[in-house]
Design a protein around this ligand. Sequence first.
Ligand code: OGA
Ligand code: CA
Ligand code: CA
Ligand code: FE2
Length: 495
Amino acid sequence: MTDPHEHPEDTTATPRAPPPCKRLSWQKRNICSRSYFMIVVVFFPVYIINVIALLLYVHYNNSPGEPVIMPSDEATRSKHQQRAKSHGLTSSKSEFVRDVFLPRIDGVRAGHVQKVSLVPGKRHEMRTLSLKPLLFEIPGFLSDEECRVVMQLAQLKGLMESQLMVQEGQEDLAEELNLSPEEIFNLLDINQDGQLQLHEILTHSRVRDGIWLTPENLREIYAGLEADEDGDDLLSLEEFRRLSSDAFQRFLLQRGVKSSQLVRNSRHTWLYQGQGSHPVLQDIKERVTHLTQLPSMLVDLSEPLQVVRYEEGGHYHAHHDSGPFYPETGCTHTRLAANTSTPFETSCRYITVLFYLNSVEGGGETAFPVADNMTYDEVSLIQNDVDLLDTRKNCDKGNLRVKPTKGTAVFWYNYLSDGRGWVGEQDEYSLHGGCVVTHGTKWVANKWINIDPDYQRQARYQQLVSQQQQQEEDEGDEGPRPRLELHNSDIRQDL
Ligand code: OGA
Ligand code: CA
Ligand code: CA
Ligand code: FE2
């Protein structure tokens, strides 16, 4: 909810509207906290009852003759894998029979190495880096030549700023909802000690407009606004009351914001990988399909390849590539196949494959601050002076870092399995970021595989795309590009 790790939006290219609390200011966010609290208090008991009812239903409706796809059922699993590979998803008229089992690679344990064959005549070694998230590294996934081609194609196309500068003047939700300063204060005061610690403000505020607040610049803001009169780094209710609701934002904008103070500081572009695209790009896509063992249609219908370039001083603070999934969450890629409009939207990136296109002279590691941690506690990620999400400062304090080496691919699952062969909950441990580049430039590419955790919606989407392709083939209109009018229209414009 108060998830400061979500992308700040790849503004122009991936319109990933975050769940409703994400873009809100510290005051605004807490309205969400309150609604969240209401949801927990009111709906949680109802949810539990529903789960029990569902379990009973499943129990009494599974006659022994009916196949149930379970991960432990190897025979069923491989049969379904076969089918998934050959057909994509199968469908009946309106309800789709769920007969696809998405394979998940077994990591065994951190440090485990397995051989994989991805290209004829060559075996790659794939090392498990962590189980939480399920994360692998494959050296030599791309050849030097392939890296060169991808960088060159990106340069030819032109890269744009990944995060645009901040806009002023947004409506104030706190005012609209008539929350009193006391109510806001209470919501911010996580430990309920009657004072606002720096980290309590940071947890709620700093992704506002993509500006990344640090404890130091929060102190500067306090000084500039004379907010913390007794200078104890804490805001009392009295001190808080004297601030106007948008005081922080106004102060920051007046002072001016540098790119190093944003959530990310890089440039990127998108490279289409379908029919008619450069053979290297098509090969990479096929290799990714092999690697992930997913039905090729899922990979074909995913976002194009994103190529990212960081200059010296570039970074990307820790984030999740995809947001959490609630029943009301929609996925960007299946938006037009959804029956109903959804209040929240995220990009539903089941897997991230990250390729290093060059070896970086200094810095630029990919950090996974909580990989294989015992627990995931969002609040304790940000202490008063150590913020594990800050990849300009604290990359060395996290659990795992991957050094960027030309041709190496890393890949991980951003979602868990639902235990029945489909996409389940978000894996919070997949939190990661790009450490600051201290020497040279850094080039990476991202291949995201989009799958809607709502099986019906994914199936409907694939059916719509297939129908459309069929229709266009019948009309003899065969262009070099796939006819994905339904998919990522905003990205397509940029291809
Ligand atoms: C990303 C990302 C990490 C890196 O582009 O989403 O997390 O090391 N990149 O650049
Ligand atoms: Ca407090
Ligand atoms: Ca104080
Ligand atoms: Fe990322």
